[in-house]
Design a protein around this ligand. Sequence first.
Ligand code: HEC
Length: 116
Amino acid sequence: MADTVNGLKTVDEFAGIESEAERSTAVFQEVMKVIESPRCLNCHPRGDTPLQGDDMHPHMPPVQHGGADFGAPGLYCTTWHSAENVAFLTGKGNISGHSPWQLAPGRDGMSRHDRA
Ligand code: HEC
């Protein structure tokens, strides 16, 4: 049996569902747990402002999507975000890093997190 990750079900756990329709629904519902994670939606927000944290609060400092999904001129994402995480001097938290770092294209995110 495959290892579980973050409490998600493994593929094997769906094998016992005989109805293909029910199995498909069950698998899709499991996938939605990932897609609707704040970790994803924070970079795929609805509107013009990225979100932060598991509570999905507006990004601080306030920033905008910008024409190239990379922040507004003068305050591009790379003003703060580099290729790696940078720990705060307080030791609590960090500025996230990855290369490239930018928002997902578009303004409708994955279009579900405001419909709950
Ligand atoms: C750091 C920001 C960031 C995070 C976090 C992030 N994404 Fe993305 N996502 C992007 C960017 C940027 C693109 C566009 C990449 C490109 O066009 O090359 C993208 C593209 C996508 C696409 C393709 C959309 C399309 O129309 O082609 C999907 C699907 C997607 N992301 C899902 C996810 C999921 C699921 C998660 C969480 C597991 C996630 N993303 C987390 C930034 C992010």
